[in-house]
Design a protein around this ligand. Structure first.
Ligand code: TPP
Ligand code: SF4
Ligand code: MG
Length: 291
């Protein structure tokens, strides 16, 4: 039995009072309670940024590493211990900018992790510079004449490349986001939730601007329909569709192909392997090893 207070930490929160990150934190905790996940069953992985401070405020195993690099760490954690529910908590700068390469290739690999992106369309921690999702023309602290390159639409890229679960949430809509997180965490394979997260300190649009544009996907949206999913992902001008944009049948999980030959539990619990078994394994990766 888990209670929402089981996830509380005593770390001082550094987010601005009223930041929508608090709402994401709340949605997360509610999802974990409903999933009956205790803190020791979870591992949060993050990089650097306001979003990446998240694991400081939710009690569980965590790894807070370099800017842009949470995905390779999470893939390693999940591969070494598939019993851990492994979740990357990241920002649009961390995941789509510095870590964009890792994310794109994770889509191809399909590790059994969940990636939750706090998308505030800026680098908030470093005081409001443009990120890969800042709209074209928007004036920012560094881009004083306006951003002169086009934004990146990562949900559309993920759908194009058959990421098996792609959703969009809205930070202010806690219960809806909680539902998406529950679905994402339960989905086998890479599940990805882009969360629209208004920044009240460096953002240029009021929260009401987002509220007017956020629209929940209706029953008529079929997440198995790739073209419909793409259309919803691409339209960020007139509205932000929130819900499960795209979901496919599960496919092979990265890492399991190799590790299933050894154990279905945590690698750390394995006894030391006999030398000849180790040599056989290594030679599968390095033909000619030891000759
Ligand atoms: C390798 C490296 N490059 C740049 C930085 C500076 N830096 C820290 S956080 C950040 C951007 C964070 O933006 P985002 O991931 O969107 O998080 P937010 O603060 O907006 O939640 C940058 C550029 C860094 N710490 N390390
Ligand atoms: S700068 Fe923006 S994203 Fe960062 S804590 Fe403050 S309101 Fe939240
Ligand atoms: Mg950001």
């Amino acid at each position: 039995m888990t209670h929402i207070d089981d996830y509380a930490t005593d770390t001082d929160n550094q987010w601005c009072p009223g930041c929508s990150n608090f709402k994401i934190l709340k949605a997360f905790k509610k999802a974990l309670v409903e999933l009956k996940k205790s803190p020791d069953q979870m591992c949060l992985v993050s990089g650097i940024g306001q979003a990446a401070k998240f694991p400081h405020y939710l009690k569980c195993n965590f790894f807070n590493g370099l800017h842009g690099r949470p995905i390779p760490v999470a893939v390693g954690v999940q591969t070494a211990n598939p019993d851990l529910t492994t979740i990357v908590v990241t920002g649009d700068g961390d995941c789509y900018g510095e870590g964009g390469n890792h994310f794109i290739h994770a889509i191809r690999r399909n590790p059994n992790i969940t990636v939750v992106v706090h998308n505030n369309q800026i680098y908030a921690l470093t005081k409001g510079q443009a990120s890969p999702t800042t709209p074209y023309g928007e004036k920012r602290t560094l881009q004083m004449k306006g951003v002169d390159i086009l934004p990146l639409n990562m949900p559309a890229i993920a759908i194009m490349h058959d990421c098996t679960f792609v959703a969009r949430g809205y930070a202010q809509n806690v219960d809806h986001l909680k539902g998406l997180l529950i679905e994402a965490i339960q989905h086998p394979g890479l599940s990805y939730v882009d969360v629209i997260q208004p920044c009240i300190t460096w953002g240029t649009r009021p929260v009401s601007w987002y509220k007017d544009r956020v629209k929940e996907l209706g029953e008529d949206h079929d997440p198995g329909d790739k073209n419909a999913a793409l259309a919803k992902a691409i339209d960020t001008e007139s509205e932000f569709s929130i819900g499960i944009l795209y979901q496919t049948e599960p496919r092979d999980l990265f890492g399991h192909h190799y590790r299933d030959k050894v154990t279905d539990g945590p690698l750390a619990e394995l006894p030391s392997l006999p030398k000849n078994q180790l040599e056989t394994m290594i030679s599968e990766f390095m033909p000619g090893f030891g000759k």
